[in-house]
Design a binder for this molecule. Structure first.
Ligand code: PYC
Length: 426
């Protein structure tokens, strides 16, 4: 860390009861959570994408490896892409052992994040329940539960009576259109406040010396003799020996700038939130057959999501078809919600890979790395992806945890097969 960034990080206020009191008594304003900087002509590392993945990578580069000459570039505002558009569900009940290990490390980091970042990210471990409406889904759930248990992750298949005990508002009668036969219960799952995760990482990365550049779109990536040399942006050129593509939604377009092709197609994923009501739903509930998941935030709103739209697109607009379909499916699960009003709806972009697993690590262009292809799993992977990509950049090779997710697996025919762990069918 340079002297000037050390000095500036020491001036930052630690968030605590005492500093709250000091600011209240003195009337002194809080410093901004992160600063603006002029663009430098060069950085050791340029990260494209100011979402949770890019910011977490910048943070762990500084904290774990002492690499602080880092720029994070975002074409809009920090957390304005997938990090601000997801439904903030956390879980590690995946289907492949590689996926379970990876997402479980993320859950572990999420659990300690508030203390680590000195920022209340409102992590709430409240259990995650995937409903089975058919024998086929019960079979996949048993498989998932066994893979989870072997990896030390708490998951078990429960019957309809236990489902009702966990979530009394669910209709578990045999007369339901899609009767509930049981479910996969994953007690470590939960939710978190997604904006706070972005702000916490941004503040911490800034205080350790990273430069966070908003409204800075990358328009070109300079590659010569098979090696990345830097990026061109709407605010000027930056020389850099390492460039990481940590974008979601635009990952193929950014990779194209470096001449790297990705096996990714982009689809919108819509979500919606209701007016707040008294707390009644502790567990996160998912129904693959009804294409819906729901959780209740600490403020009382119900957050709903569905499967990705059925056509590839970069649109982030909500649609009436989505709200109609969602409302019908939610009421089949919980008829007592009929009077609840939706407050708003939105969409994010999901970069789907053929095997529903991410693409992480080096590419054929030396110095150009990717952390992309997150499909509908990106937000829950943010901390571990940042930690692993920082390790990959610092040591020049992927750590074991992400070795299975390399881009070369598609050429080598070693696909991962994580589709069965998707929250809802795609
Ligand atoms: O995989 O749990 C999940 C999920 C929820 C919303 C989008 N993906």
């Amino acid at each position: 860390m340079t002297g000037s960034s050390r000095a500036s990080s020491d001036r930052r206020s630690r968030y605590s009861g005492l500093s709250l009191l000091r600011h209240a008594v003195s009337g002194r304003p809080w410093p901004p959570a992160w600063r603006s900087h002029d663009l430098r002509a060069g950085y050791d590392v340029v990260i494209i994408g100011g979402g949770v993945h890019g910011l977490a990578t910048a943070y762990y580069l500084a904290r774990n490896h002492g690499i602080t000459d880092v720029a994070v570039l975002d074409k809009g505002y920090l957390g304005g892409g997938g990090s601000g558009r997801n439904t903030a569900i956390l879980r590690s009940n995946y289907l492949t052992p590689e996926g379970v290990r990876f997402y479980d490390r993320s859950l572990e980091l999420y659990a300690g994040l508030a203390a680590d970042l000195n920022f209340n990210v409102m992590f709430s471990r409240r259990g995650h329940l995937t409903l089975a409406h058919s024998d086929a889904s019960l079979r996949t759930m048993r498989w998932r539960a066994e893979v989870n248990k072997v990896s030390g992750v708490d998951s078990e298949v429960i019957d309809a009576a236990d489902v009702k005990r966990l979530v009394p508002h669910l209709d578990v009668t045999a007369g339901a259109r899609y009767p509930i036969l049981g479910g996969l219960h994953h007690p470590p799952g939960g939710i978190v406040r997604h904006d706070a995760v972005v702000w916490g990482y941004a503040r911490a990365a800034d205080s350790l010396g990273a430069h966070l550049h908003q409204d800075t779109e990358v328009t070109g990536i300079d590659v010569r003799a098979g090696r990345v040399r830097g990026v061109r942006t709407t605010r000027g050129d930056i020389a850099a020996p390492v460039v990481l593509n940590a974008t979601a939604g635009w990952s193929t377009l950014v990779a194209d700038l470096a001449g790297v092709r990705l096996p990714v197609q982009t689809f919108p994923l819509q979500a919606a939130v209701t007016e707040p009501v008294k707390p009644f739903l502790r567990t996160v509930v998912v129904s693959g057959s009804l294409h819906v998941y729901v959780s209740q935030t600490s403020r009382g709103e119900l957050v709903f999501g569905a499967s990705v739209d059925p056509f590839a697109s970069y649109s982030t607009r909500g649609s009436l078809e989505f709200t109609e379909g969602l409302a019908g499916h939610v009421l089949q699960l919980m008829p007592s919600l009929a009077k609840l009003r939706l407050l708003r709806q939105w969409a994010g972009l999901c970069d789907m890979t053929p095997d529903f697993a991410p693409i992480m690590g080096h590419t054929d262009v030396e110095g150009f790395l990717v952390d992309v292809g997150w499909g509908t799993y990106g937000f829950k992977a943010g901390p571990v992806a940042g930690e692993a990509m920082a390790d990959c950049i610092a040591h020049g090779r992927p750590p074991d945890l992400i070795a299975p997710f390399g881009l070369q697996r598609f050429a080598e025919g070693r696909l991962m097969g994580e589709k069965g762990a998707a929250a809802v069918g795609h």
